[in-house]
Design a protein around this ligand. Structure first.
Ligand code: ZN
Length: 135
């Protein structure tokens, strides 16, 4: 049975969620229960459990840069170690490292995006805006 969304804008009604836990699990940063993604890498518009509007989520290129730098180094190191130890043919490298890289990239992109969205929610981070109230 699916629970109905009950939009509650007050953050105090929900226990504080761990940024790392909800981010890695791909869960809503406010309630920790609703799914964060509606497809492989696309966040939902609104949490199905608590109704949190996810329009604040703007993670930009941050997760992709982190995944490229970290995972690229790890996979390249593993491929070099594999080559040094076993001297496999090139086709075996392709068969092993392409799916490994793709699967790990998707996993870490989802985790990094989730962590960034959760930290944006927790810190109320948003794009800077000029205050024109004094002029
Ligand atoms: Zn939620």
């Amino acid at each position: 049975m699916a629970r109905k969304a009950k939009p509650v804008e007050d953050q105090a009604h929900y226990p504080e969620q761990s940024v790392m836990a909800v981010g890695m699990a791909g869960r809503c940063p406010r309630c920790g229960e609703g799914r964060l993604y509606k497809s492989l890498l696309r966040p939902v518009d609104r949490c199905a459990i608590c109704g949190l509007d996810m329009s604040f989520a703007e993670e930009g290129d941050g997760p992709a840069v982190l995944v490229i730098l970290l995972l690229g180094g790890v996979v390249a190191g593993l491929a070099l170690a594999f080559e040094t130890l076993f001297h496999p043919p090139v086709w075996l490298h392709v068969v092993i490292w392409l799916p490994v890289t793709f699967a790990l990239s998707i996993y870490f992109l989802r985790a990094m995006k989730g962590i960034m969205i959760a930290s944006q929610y927790k810190t109320k981070a948003a794009e800077g805006q000029l205050d024109h109230s004094d002029s």
